[in-house]
Design a protein. Sequence first.
Lengths: 290, 252, 348
Amino acid sequence: MDQPRASTANRYWRWFANHLASGLAVLATILVIVPLVAIFIDLVYKGASSLNVNFFTKIPAPVGETGGGMANSIVGSAVLLGLASLLGIPVGIAAGIYLSEYGRGTKLSNVVRFTADVLNGVPSIVMGIAIYALLVAPMKGFSALAGGAVLGIMMVPTVARTTEEMMLMVPHSIREAALGLGVPAWRAVVSIALRTALPGVITGCMLAFARVAGETAPLLFTAFGNQFWSMSLTQPISALPLQIYVYALSPYDEWHRLAWAGSLVLIALIVISVSLVRYVTTRGVLKGAN
Amino acid sequence: MGVGIEVNNLNAWYGANHTLQDITLHVPSNEATALIGPSGCGKSTFVRCLNRMHETNPIAKVTGEVKVGGMDIYHETSAVEVRRRIGMVFQRPNPFPTMSIYDNVASGLRLNGYRNRRVLNEVVERSLKSAALWDEVKDDLKKKSGASLSGGQQQRLCIARALAVDPEVLLMDEPASALDPVSTAKIEDLIFQLKVQYTIVIVTHNMQQAARVAERTGFFLNGKLIEFDSTHKIFTNPSDKRTEDYITGRFG
Amino acid sequence: MILRIQEPREPRPADDEPIGGIVPVVVSPEASSVRNFLINKGSPEGADSFFSTLMLLCALSIFAIVALIAVELVIHSRLTLSKFGLKFFFGSAWDPVNDNFGALPFVYGTLVSSMVALVIAVPLAVGVAVFLTEMCPKVLRGIFSFLTELLAAIPSVVYGLWAIYVLVPLLRNYVDPLLIRALGWTGLFVKPDFGIGMFAAGVILAIMILPIISSLTREVMSAVPHTQREAVLALGATRWEMIRMGVLRNARIGIVGSIILGLGRALGETMAVAMVIGSSPTISKSLLAPAATMASVIANEFAEAADDTYRSALIEIGLALFLVTIVVNIFARLLVWAVTRGAPARVT
């Protein structure tokens, strides 16, 4: 029986469709990559041209004057991030240790992991409201503590997930060797497994750190912002992204300049952490990983 | 000095899988005892029951009695304490990758809180000498990481690490199967020396190896202990037909 | 003789010289001190259970965080919850002065800005994913995925800054006039146009959710086994047909999942949107008119909200945002998980 031959029109149409689709895919990529790279370059350019020593050492100058900086915002961010890390990193690492060492495969750890992922998708401004209600309202004022708290709880799910991933990469034979020596279980986890996974765990913390460093929304009504030097934990405190937001919406060119410079600092932090994480996970710098 | 091991009616499960059935035997002290059998016969599981490593798997279960030096290791003491007296060397060398050679050998003591520097130095040197590794690494003890050695050296490092805690029994689960013949010969020589001070149980796939190093040999098949006797008898005149079939290569 | 074996080796005669450099082990006082130390160490069961309990508590803290947020949001919005009930989300008058609160403009703003973002981002993201997974030379793939990761990590406020001073003038001077001329008849693009507004917010949102949708889509597409591709090719398909039938068809559930995840991100985006949407609690047909979203109104008005009812209204909006994003996220992750059969990669 003769096989029906595909008509030539049909063949041409398929050839055309194939090339059209390929072309569209390439076009989409160009349409996406080019502007995104342009944004990046634009940010770097505008930011670099505004960065100078004053930026890092001076507080904002009075309106109309040049020469001010964002020193208080940088210090403020450092304080907030320090508080956040104090809360988020230990709790996050411990949660990650639970997921990989004690709860592996259990239903509970699956639910915890899922919840952590879902929590990562909750808008940060909602977390800001919750901490406002919990800390700011009773204390009758905005504070660095509240800002640190909200950033801290934002770090927990991220740090937990990256810690778990890194700990899972430690070969089981290493843990067995420790247990076989009569080392207590907790010591085997901390001094052997965690120590082996440490480079990866640290870079995971860096990633979480960089992510919350750029958060603005939750700080709007917890840390609130401050035009002057302040390191008090119970007073409002400035933060780099907060200040960028205020300056961006202001009518003064001088403050716009500072906003671009501040953005560049944030981006530099992001680039360093993302690159580090990539290096550790893809190059297998994790010693002992096969 | 080493101690003897008495096993009575040992049964082990992995989940629903009845891996070991009614094992009863007596491992004499200061001798090397070899355990042979085809893949999956349960010999590795058996050895892991002797230092309670079997139970690190959450679906594992054990019943029966194991007495080491007269002490019931399942009912009279905790798993961690058992493992401090019964050392283990695994099939694939597993030195701690973030630690130097010195730290690896000292780890069993350090991680249990031992601090005395002078004694640690002595123990490390002695253990490395017992493991026939001292001459090769004595200049790089703290500089080289445990993972930077060759396969045979790594396994001897693991033996030194196990010896550093001064156990009474040393369990070896196919210690040379991942190594080249020269390293294998070195390790077999080691076993000869170690017999003087420790009781050794060695699981091996290699019947010639069992014949070379062990005084007694046990043959496992499908989770049961088929025959346990002097090595010479097992290999020249076994009592059970299944043993004879395995020895002559009819299966496994 | 059943087996030709070597006789078991005799232990070699004792020498003065150690054989092969092996020093026979002699029991010394130090050795037994070590053994005694270890025997007296005792059982670590107390420390072990303390440690494991501590780890468990920290893992449970994740539940505690979610519960904390939910509880605080509900408690502090009860004023308007009881006063307006569900009509809160259908009223279109947002009048803090007279204590009259209707959140419809913000619901509308959130939905429309997200829709605009999806319409722009999804075709582009899927196109990029197809290119990178099926057509791109391996060398470039690493660079592109690195770029994508970087772009996903840029803070919202930085996107907002760029949007105000680069994107909005671009839209106002070049893009919007075109849209008004070409599509003005639909009523969606009419003057007056200041550059800021719903459309600008949609565009910057699209740029922000593109990396997520594209990288998740790539992951889902890579999870399709090669045998599927080969089977289609063996039937004589062109490359596009192979992609369409062998990959996209199998991955479509996961792709839908990544789109919904992108939607979830767009719904909650705050800063960049707040900076370019115009902050006007109104509903207009034109996409070029200023508007506001649920997240943007909270960002703009919360710090100045003087009285309890006003704050309660804003917190109630926050509660709605919380519930909606959780539901959307759960749904999306279940879809992606169903296809990749494992925990999806961390999505920043």
